[in-house]
Design a protein around this ligand. Structure first.
Ligand code: ADE
Length: 410
């Protein structure tokens, strides 16, 4: 039995999903092919993803391909209850209610495994880790796909320790995913979340971005576009240098902490902002996280060092630390999905095209246990389909140019 908030919300969810689909023509084209070819016929897929209208279009694509699907929320705060209701009305087993606590979150994940999955589609790695604890279920799994940077890091650590027992496609690592979803998706939706939670002016603020991967690049770019003075903190010298050459100030978090007005963490790591940093901060500093898990800001530590706290607006909590105010957005969880609505459909289009094609790729190739990437040809096909859906045409190499590109003597 699915577990959702209210089945009567289904029509709202349908409209929302159709609206997202209008920006997801790459995925819809794959859905149309899947409807005819049924490449996933008879396969059960357990999914742990954000339950959004964009994900709904992916689920309907997998269903069109012949798969049976169970879906749990990868983050209880991002669940759209109306979309969950719509998916259930479409025959997809959804286990998600917005605001679920940790115990419900885990039970939701467990419930998806009741379909005895042949494939696992994950966002963050929790479902993958869970299924590895059940040898009987594990033996049924052909492969999996992982959506996000944090999940891929976990998978690589599992593989390094010899613990990853089936092939997983790191969808996150496809160029058509990370260059667009991580950069422009996180860039826009993070700013959107901060604005919805605070309605502050970004122009003229010192905007500190922890991490300069694709997500950090996107957040920095958009903050700069709104007139902020951007400061980047990094541990990787190449990325740090890239940020310098892009014109951003780069410094350790200890120094950034003293001057920042707004802080955003996007590293995939832990305690990027710790209580020592918090004590150095200016009055009214605003802290937000757009990394997958709520461990990038030491929220527990903040609660301990604060003399008091109060909710000021939705998703905006004020803490008093040494008589100064520190504002935490969305409890340190993904601000872009909690306070806003996650990435726009137009970028999820490519990420979820990659996800759908990853399922097909796993079935059509005998992959070894471990982490795999989709071939470059998939990136080219997905990008070409996206361009076509946007009405943008590009050049083709002429015969002379192709000959030159393939020669060495000229
Ligand atoms: N991850 C980030 N944004 C998302 C969205 N809109 N839907 C599903 N997963 C997401």
């Amino acid at each position: 039995m699915p577990r959702i908030k209210d089945p009567s919300l289904s029509n709202e969810g349908k409209l929302k999903t159709e609206w997202a689909a209008s920006e997801m023509q790459t995925l819809i084209k794959i859905k149309e092919r899947f409807e005819k070819e049924k490449p996933l016929q008879g396969k059960n897929i357990a999914c742990c993803m954000h339950v959004t209208s964009e994900t709904a279009n992916l689920m309907l694509t997998l269903k069109a391909a012949g798969a049976k699907i169970a879906l749990a929320a990868s983050n209880p705060l991002t669940t759209q209850d109306n979309v969950a209701a719509y998916l259930v009305s479409e025959g997809i087993d959804v286990y998600a209610i917005k605001g679920d606590d940790v115990s419900n979150y885990e039970n939701n994940l467990k419930a998806t495994l009741e379909i005895r999955p042949h494939m696992v589609m994950d966002d963050g790695g929790d479902l993958t880790v869970m299924i590895h604890k059940d040898a009987e279920l594990l033996s049924n799994v052909i492969g999996g796909a992982e959506e996000t940077t944090t999940g891929v890091i976990r998978l690589e650590n599992m593989a390094k320790d010899g613990k990853l027992k089936y092939p997983v496609v790191a969808v996150n690592d496809s160029l058509t995913k990370q260059m667009f979803d991580n950069r422009y998706g996180t860039g826009q939706s993070t700013i959107d979340g901060i604005l919805r939670a605070t309605n502050i002016l970004i122009a003229g603020k010192n905007f500190v971005v922890g991490g300069y991967g694709w997500c950090g690049k996107g957040v920095s770019l958009r903050a700069k576009g709104l007139g902020a003075s951007v400061i980047v903190t990094e541990v990787d010298p190449v990325k740090a240098l890239e940020a310098v050459m892009e014109g951003f100030r780069v410094m350790p978090m200890n120094e950034a902490a003293k001057v920042g007005d707004i802080f955003v963490t996007v590293t995939g790591g832990k305690h990027i902002i710790n209580t020592n940093h918090m004590k150095l901060m200016k009055d009214k500093a605003i802290l937000a996280n757009s990394g997958h898990f709520d461990i990038e800001i030491d929220v527990e530590g903040l609660r301990k060092i604060a003399s008091s706290s109060r909710d000021v607006r939705t998703h905006l909590k004020e803490y008093i630390v040494d008589r100064k105010k520190i504002y935490l957005l969305a409890e340190g969880r993904l601000v872009n999905s909690s306070a806003a609505e996650g990435h726009p459909a137009a970028v999820m289009d490519m990420s979820f095209a990659d996800q759908a094609l990853a399922c097909e790729y796993i079935l059509n190739n005998e992959l070894s246990a471990g982490v795999h990437r989709l071939p470059e040809s998939v990136d080219r096909d997905v990008a070409a389909a996206k361009l076509e859906s946007m009405g943008i045409r590009i050049d083709k190499l002429s015969e002379t140019q192709t000959d030159y590109a393939n020669s060495w003597s000229e």
